[in-house]
Design a protein around this ligand. Structure first.
Ligand SMILES: C[S@@+](CC[C@H](N)C(=O)[O-])C[C@H]1O[C@@H](n2cnc3c(N)ncnc32)[C@H](O)[C@@H]1O
Length: 242
């Protein structure tokens, strides 16, 4: 059995390894993931933004510089919350809570975002219902998850991977993966599962993306070439109808 998301990131060795990886040159989050999330969020000027599974919340400053009226981050890991609070100071609010138990305030936010966290959660429907409730009518959701071709392999090896075997694609649910030196539980879902959960909870789906690499976002040409091999992330943009 592996660790659930927050206790996994509360292992100090995992946390240090994660931060090192997260902020290295040409890391996938900054080259592939963030540009698409920003595009899906659109103009945030004057808007209240909620970031679920905010991690160290390092990008809060970018959203505030783009004119966001407020930023609230929620995360279940004590390590992440301590780092996030030190990053945001008094410019933003960070709440320490498991996303399954947070008291989502009604009609409070114009944008909800969640970057690479939903694959740690066992059930999308209650979560999507809560996001729908906490958005103001007309508000938008932009989230990323590990791509289903990534979550569908069991126990990927360590080091630079040269081949990928997608297997048991339609056997969805918990899979234990070794990552950053520890076993973690991630939930494998198909693209269709995400789409159906959005529709079932009243969202209007406005975008689906797959982390296609853009050359200008990379420092190293070899990394750009490598990122053309397989999609790492899946994204949805959705709206709470007015
Ligand atoms: C891969 S990190 C991403 C962090 C941040 N969104 C980013 O992109 O830099 C996943 C984050 O989700 C948080 N997380 C995982 N499961 C969670 C849960 N059930 N409730 C709250 N946070 C959770 C972890 O603590 C971790 O900070």
């Amino acid at each position: 059995m592996g660790y659930e998301g927050p206790p996994f990131y509360d292992r100090d060795a995992v946390f240090q390894a994660y931060l090192q990886r997260r902020h290295r040159v040409d890391n996938p989050n900054d080259t592939l993931e963030k540009p698409i999330i920003l595009e899906l969020l659109g103009d945030v000027a004057g808007l209240d933004v909620l970031d679920l599974g905010c991690g160290d919340a390092a990008w809060h400053s970018e959203l505030l510089e783009k004119g966001a009226r407020s930023y609230v981050g929620v995360d279940g890991s004590e390590n992440m919350v301590a780092r996030a609070r030190s990053n945001v100071g008094n410019r933003a609010t960070i709440e320490h809570s498991n996303l399954q138990h947070w008291a989502y305030p009604e009609n409070k936010f114009d944008r909800v975002t969640a970057r690479l966290v939903f694959h740690y959660l066992p059930d999308l429907i209650p979560l999507f219902q809560n996001m729908h409730r906490t958005l103001r009518p007309g508000g938008q959701l932009a989230f990323s998850v590990e791509h289903p071709v990534i979550t569908s392999f069991d126990r990927p090896g360590t080091g630079v991977r040269e081949d990928w075997t997608v297997d048991r694609y339609f056997e969805t649910g918990a899979r234990v993966t070794r990552w950053l030196g520890a076993d973690v539980v991630k939930y494998h879902r198909t693209i269709e599962d995400h789409f159906s959960a959005l529709q079932a909870t009243g969202f209007e789906v406005v975008a689906l993306r797959e982390s296609r690499p853009v050359e200008q976002n990379f420092v190293e040409p070899a990394t750009f070439e490598r990122r053309k091999r397989i999609p790492l992330f899946l994204f949805f943009g959705a709206r709470r109808p007015v």
